[in-house]
Design a protein. Structure first.
Length: 175
């Protein structure tokens, strides 16, 4: 889990002033130990302008679409003041250096929390393959399908996800 907050205040003549709150949850569940598993990720970001603030420029707004979020859409296809994004992957280890996966992504941009609706979600699904060496250099190919058509993404040097930590362990005292 990751949670964060930041406060943006413009310089000079800029009157941009807003609070940004974000959160991310990620989880993995093995299906066949060492061979396959499910991976889940959820992300939420709120941007709240302060009274009298200029509008937040589009390039500072959160965005979804592309190789790391909605893989069936073009890069940064959707942006807005707030986002809610979910993804689910089933991963299968084909070979020690090859992993195949299928995925389902969905996300929504919204101005106010009252705008959240199951009818406004952008959804896509697809499949892909990850290749890596013992040194961790990755190559990933994603093939996604959405209502806007087919997208593919080729990534070099994609880093593997860090393993989730287990219970907190404290060292033992030795004399």
């Amino acid at each position: 889990m990751h949670f964060g907050a930041s406060y943006q205040d413009g310089l000079a003549e800029s009157r941009i002033e807003y609070l940004s709150l974000e959160g991310m949850v990620e989880g993995r569940m093995p299906i066949v130990d060492g061979r396959s598993g499910l991976a889940f990720q959820g992300e939420l970001e709120f941007n709240r302008p302060r009274g009298g603030s200029d509008p937040i420029p589009f390039f500072l707004l959160p965005h979804i679409g592309g190789s790391s979020t909605l893989r069936g859409f073009n890069l940064d296809r959707f942006y807005g003041k707030n986002i809610f994004f979910l993804t689910l992957e089933y991963r299968y280890q084909v070979h020690p250096n090859y992993q195949a996966f299928i995925f389902f992504d969905e996300g929504q941009m919204f101005e106010q929390t009252s705008d959240l609706s199951w009818l406004n979600w952008q959804r896509n699904y697809g499949f892909g393959i990850k290749m890596h060496s013992s040194r961790g250099a990755y190559f990933r190919f994603d093939f996604g399908y959405s209502e806007e058509g087919i997208q593919y993404h080729i990534l070099w040097g994609d880093r593997p996800a860090r393993p989730l930590g287990g219970a907190i362990r404290y060292g033992t005292y030795r004399r």
